[in-house]
Design a protein around this ligand. Structure first.
Ligand SMILES: Cc1cc2nc3c(=O)[nH]c(=O)nc-3n(C[C@H](O)[C@H](O)[C@H](O)COP(=O)(O)O)c2cc1C
Length: 174
């Protein structure tokens, strides 16, 4: 395949793949680092590089899962609380090999929307890198994730825009 064909193939075959389809294998640090590294090549205005990404896996996912469940319990009025939703947070996390919290750092150099746009482009790079490695991934933006600031030790000018789930999937021989 030529470079153009490879790029087109990756763009056209990128999909959001959800934890229930993950085969729960470990992903090597080399591959996860490659996913993280690809984020750094996203365009960004005034070189603010506003993404603040880190890889969570293993025990950290268990801690994240408990934190999300307790945030959901605290933040949801009793009438709206769904036991299935509460259970699903933990189930999805147990099916996932690694999570990258999608954190933006706002500077006062450009408008907020430009920082979010740059972070979104960085997430697309990670999506495409996962596609190339035949990994499943998706951006989950449940509103509860905006309350993860304490758990993630975020600073005043940082915000969590969601979680980027990554997992192994059944692969084709391509
Ligand atoms: C900013 C953003 C937020 C998203 N949030 C969610 C989400 O909370 N839950 C979900 O199931 N999918 C979420 N997605 C994934 C979209 O549902 C998915 O991209 C869409 O269905 C198109 O499918 P595709 O990615 O396979 O092309 C999000 C995608 C983006 C770009």
């Amino acid at each position: 395949m030529s470079v153009v064909e490879t790029l087109q193939h990756l763009i056209e075959n990128r999909r959001s793949i959800y934890p229930k389809a993950y085969t729960q294998q470990e992903i090597s640090s080399t591959v996860l680092e490659a996913v993280l590294r690809s984020a750094n090549f996203a365009p960004n205005h005034k070189k603010t590089r506003p993404w603040r990404f880190q890889i969570l896996k293993g025990e950290d996912l268990g801690k994240l899962s408990s934190e999300i469940q307790s945030l959901y319990q605290q933040q949801t009025p009793e009438k709206l609380f769904l036991q299935k939703k509460y259970d699903d947070f933990a189930l999805k996390m147990s099916q996932t090999s690694a999570i990258i919290p999608i954190v933006v750092q706002y500077s006062d150099l450009v408008p907020k929307w430009e920082e979010i746009a740059a972070v979104s482009m960085a997430v697309q790079n990670m999506y495409l890198t996962c596609t190339a490695h035949q990994l499943g991934c998706y951006w989950s933006s449940h509103p509860i994730f905006h309350h993860l600031g304490g758990f993630l030790k975020l600073e005043e000018n940082q915000e969590c825009l969601g979680l980027f789930y990554i997992g192994t999937i059944e692969t084709t021989s391509e």
